[in-house]
Design a binder for this molecule. Structure first.
Ligand SMILES: NC(=O)c1ccc[n+]([C@@H]2O[C@H](COP(=O)([O-])OP(=O)(O)OC[C@H]3O[C@@H](n4cnc5c(N)ncnc54)[C@H](O)[C@@H]3O)[C@@H](O)[C@H]2O)c1
Length: 437
């Protein structure tokens, strides 16, 4: 079977390479020529563990290719996956212009039957709109069935998540299209992956409800952490004991600087916006967004607090920029709010990240200093802030770090270090939700 994947971002590239690995012939198309040139030269445009090996293997066996020629790719494929971006508009609703542009294009160039599968995260009703757009443009014997197949992969473990998903959701009104898409995922039956086969609206809703629930767990534990700080409780013990209750589960109960990334912030806003559109406000989701925005500002307050309210002229070492470890993605990362605010406070800023320096430079340019390792970033610093829990920050030589710093202040926004041990080394230490720290 021949497949086109439109969009070679995190989702499109991982899905395209994964589907090729399932034995299908896949063309990944992007409108950015530079991205396609990089891919054709064996270079992955972003950092994602295991992806290069997967791409290389499938390019070498002739099942995976890259192109800017969408027309040609569509004509030679039975199935077209849409994996383009769906960013937020200023009012929180979803900008569907990229998705609609692809639908227009498909409608304009097909001349027989195609299955159009939406992997992009889109609000309920969008797949029907995609079909309307395509039907309105195509002629002759051309027609499409649409399928909603939301993607649940996580950046940083995207390849593993795609190849071994917790579940596959497939929604459509067309038994023929359902059968074709189920067949695409046939290799996953062998590893007993659960499939949820449903209608379009339900499949679209599942994606938003899932992300909103995960975001709720994060905002919930962040609020609990903030209260722990006031009352002398340790949020780690609270979260551990909560997580041991099988009805709650231990995942996503880690306090920190608030969630970021390309999904939770925009998907919670889109979900809340969908609720408003249907006069069914999602009060919990709205609160989750509000708590998250405030949590990002709490991190700024912690830096100010450890500097006794006098940040101006001081130097901060920011350790970790990506929104989570093992990715170069900085979209909506808490580091952006932190650095912007501390710049306004008049601080000098040194940053280090194992993968996301290039991305950060594109925003902050020469306003801050980019360093090659955590020690260089902390040299002469008045405070070191751990923002992302990359593995390499878990075992820093704290004696060395302290010796290089101007003042031994640490704000640990990921609770990587033990407060007592760190204090016993001579640091002033502030974590998240750990007793009176
Ligand atoms: N990133 C994630 O972890 C993740 C996880 C699950 C779902 N999603 C969803 O998947 C979708 C894609 O996310 P992403 O992070 O991969 O986005 P991305 O921004 O990394 O990539 C989107 C790509 O689509 C390309 N594109 C846009 N319009 C195009 C067109 N007309 N023709 C060809 N290419 C076009 C862009 O150039 C870009 O390379 C979004 O809806 C997102 O919410 C993302």
């Amino acid at each position: 079977m021949h497949i086109t994947v439109v969009g070679t971002g995190y989702v499109g590239l991982v899905a395209g390479a994964g589907l090729a690995d399932f034995g299908l012939h896949v063309v990944c198309v992007d409108k950015i020529k530079e991205k396609i040139d990089l891919l054709n030269n064996g270079i992955i445009p972003f950092y994602e563990p295991g992806l290069k090996e997967l791409v290389d293997r499938n390019v070498a066996n002739g099942r995976l290719s890259f192109s800017t020629d969408l027309d040609q790719a569509i004509r030679s494929s039975l199935v077209i996956f849409i994996a383009v971006g769906t960013p937020s508009r200023d009012d929180g609703s979803v900008d569907l212009s990229y998705v609609e542009e692809v639908a227009q294009y498909i409608g304009g160039c097909i001349d027989d039957y195609k299955v159009v599968v939406t992997k992009s995260t889109v609000p309920v009703g969008t797949n029907r709109r995609i079909k309307e757009i395509i039907d309105g443009k195509c002629s002759g014997g051309a027609f499409v069935d649409v399928v909603s197949n939301p993607e649940f992969l996580r950046e940083g473990s995207a390849v593993e998540d795609f190849m071994r998903p917790n579940r596959v959701v497939i929604g459509s009104d067309s038994p023929k299209a359902l059968a074709i898409v189920k067949d695409i995922y046939r290799p996953l039956y062998l590893i007993e992956t659960p499939f949820v086969i449903t209608n379009l609206e339900t499949a679209e809703m599942i994606k938003y409800a899932s992300n909103a629930f995960l975001a709720t767990k994060i905002s919930f534990i962040n609020e609990v952490a903030n209260l722990c700080e006031k009352v002398g409780a340790d949020v780690h013990h609270v979260a551990k004991a909560m997580g041991l209750d099988k009805r709650i589960g231990p995942k996503f109960l880690h306090p920190g600087p608030g969630f970021g990334g390309s999904c939770f912030p925009k998907d919670t806003m889109a979900f809340a916006s969908l609720g408003m559109t249907h006069s069914m406000p999602l009060k919990i989701v709205e609160a989750v967004i509000d708590v998250n925005n405030r949590q990002k500002m709490r991190s700024v307050e912690k830096v100010r607090e450890i500097l006794n309210g006098k940040p101006k002229g001081k130097t901060v070492s920011i350790l970790g920029l990506s929104f989570k470890p093992n990715t170069s993605d900085i979209r909506e990362a808490p580091s952006i709010v932190l650095v912007s605010s501390l710049l306004k406070d008049g601080m000098k800023i040194n940053v280090y990240d194992p993968a996301a320096i290039k991305e950060f430079k594109s925003i902050f340019k020469d306003k801050i200093s980019y360093c090659n390792d955590p020690y260089e970033a902390s040299t002469g610093a008045d405070v070191a802030v751990i923002v992302t829990e990359w593995n390499e920050f878990r075992n820093l030589d704290l004696e060395r770090l302290k010796g290089l710093m101007n003042s031994p202040n640490m704000v640990d926004l990921r609770n990587v270090y033990d407060p007592e041990k760190t204090r016993s080394l001579g640091f002033n230490y502030i974590g998240v939700g750990r007793g009176n720290s």
